[in-house]
Design a protein around this ligand. Structure first.
Ligand SMILES: NC(=O)c1ccc[n+]([C@@H]2O[C@H](COP(=O)([O-])OP(=O)(O)OC[C@H]3O[C@@H](n4cnc5c(N)ncnc54)[C@H](OP(=O)(O)O)[C@@H]3O)[C@@H](O)[C@H]2O)c1
Length: 291
C-alpha cells in the first residue's frame, strides 16, 4: 500500500487519482485549493467514482511515499507549498506537466534527486470541479531509472500506459514540438480543422522546425519528417478538437504560454538560434491576454 498525494485535482490529477484508487493498492490523497466531494471520472473504460482524502491547506500535509504534481506549469510555486509536508521524508515528486522544464520549475523547492519529470499525454478535461472526462488512453513516459520504474509500478493494473525510456529529453521535446504549434489555434481561436488550410499547415511546420532546432541544440533527437507527421496528425484529428491553450484563451484563463512557446524563445536565444515564429506568437498572445 503506497501513500500517494496528488497536488492539483484537475483533469490530469483527477484521472490519475481515480485510476490509482481503483487499484485498491494505494491510499490516495488529493491536495486541493477548495473542498471537494466525490470525484466522477468518465473514462473510455466506463465511469469511475473516487473518494480520496481531500486536503485543502498545505499545513495539513503529512509525509507520503509518492507525490504527483498535476497543476498547470504556471502554478508551480503554489504546488510547491504542499511539498514541505508531503515530501518531508524524501518522497519522490513526479511532475505531470507539459513543457520541458520540470526540473528547473521545482529546483527551488526540492533536491534534484526527488524530482521525477513525467511526459504526460492524458486527453481529459474538467466539466466542473468534481466531474472529469477522460477522452482517450492516458500515456506517460518517465526516465528509465530506479525512480522511473517505481513510478511505472504504481500504475500496474490500470489502463494507463506508463513506460520508461532511456531518452526522456527527446520524448519531452517531441511533445513540445506538437504543443508549441498549438499556439496557432489559440491565436486564431479555431479548432484543429483549421490546419487543413495550406498556409496554416506551412506555419505549423515552420514552428515545429524552430522547436526542433532548439531541441537539437539542447541534445534532443528527432525522427525524420516530424513536422509533416505532426501536421498529418492534426489533420486526422476530430475537426472540432480544441487544444488546452486555445481552450484557456477562449475561457479567459491563464495560459501555459511560457512553458509551451516562451521556453523555445528563451533557449533559442541562449544558443543563438532565431525563433521568429515563436517570438511573434508569444508577443501577440501575451498582448491579447493583457487586453
Ligand atoms: N488536460 C489534458 O488533456 C492534458 C494533457 C496532457 C498534459 N496536460 C498537462 O498537465 C498539467 C495539468 O493540466 P490539467 O489539464 O489537469 O489542468 P487543470 O484541469 O487546470 O487542473 C489543474 C489543477 O491544479 C489545481 N491547483 C492549482 N494551484 C494549486 C495549488 N496551489 N494547490 C492545489 N491545487 C492547485 C487547480 O485548482 P482549481 O481547481 O482551484 O483551479 C486545478 O484543479 C498541465 O501542465 C497540462 O498542460 C494536460
Amino acid at each position: 500500500m503506497a501513500r500517494i498525494a496528488i497536488v492539483g485535482p484537475g483533469a490530469v490529477g483527477g484521472v490519475m487519482a481515480a485510476w490509482l484508487e481503483k487499484t485498491g493498492r494505494h491510499q490516495v490523497t488529493l491536495c486541493a485549493r477548495r473542498p471537494l466531494g466525490e470525484l466522477h471520472v468518465e473514462t473510455p473504460q466506463g465511469p469511475l467514482v473516487a473518494r480520496p482524502v481531500v486536503l485543502t491547506a498545505p499545513e495539513q500535509a503529512k509525509p507520503v511515499d509518492w507525490v504527483l504534481v498535476a497543476t498547470k506549469a504556471y502554478d508551480a510555486a503554489g504546488a510547491a507549498t504542499w511539498l514541505k509536508g508531503l515530501a518531508a521524508q524524501g518522497a519522490p515528486v513526479a511532475i505531470l506537466q507539459n513543457g520541458i522544464e520540470h526540473r528547473e520549475r521545482f529546483a527551488p523547492y526540492l533536491p534534484a534527486a526527488q524530482i521525477v519529470p513525467v511526459m504526460v499525454d492524458a486527453p481529459a478535461e474538467r466539466t466542473d470541479p468534481t466531474h472529469i472526462r477522460q477522452r482517450g488512453t492516458a500515456k506517460m513516459v518517465v526516465q528509465d531509472d530506479a525512480r522511473g520504474r517505481e513510478f511505472v509500478a504504481l500504475f500496474a493494473g490500470t489502463p494507463i500506459e506508463v513506460v520508461t525510456t532511456p531518452d526522456l529529453k527527446s520524448a519531452m521535446w517531441r511533445k513540445l514540438c506538437l504543443n508549441s504549434s498549438g499556439v496557432i489555434n489559440a491565436l486564431i481561436l479555431q479548432p484543429t480543422a483549421a490546419m487543413h488550410d495550406e498556409q496554416l499547415g506551412e506555419l505549423l511546420k515552420a514552428m515545429v522546425r524552430e522547436c526542433m532546432a532548439v531541441g537539437r541544440a539542447e541534445g534532443a533527437v528527432f525522427e525524420d519528417g516530424l513536422p509533416e507527421k505532426i501536421l498529418a496528425s492534426q489533420r486526422a484529428a476530430p475537426p472540432d478538437s480544441v487544444n488546452s491553450i486555445q481552450a484557456d484563451r477562449a475561457a479567459g484563463r491563464p495560459m501555459e504560454l511560457d512553458a509551451r512557446n516562451g521556453v523555445i524563445v528563451r533557449l533559442g536565444r541562449q544558443h543563438g538560434i532565431p525563433t521568429p515564429y515563436n517570438e511573434m506568437a508569444v508577443a501577440l498572445l501575451a498582448a491579447m491576454a493583457r487586453k
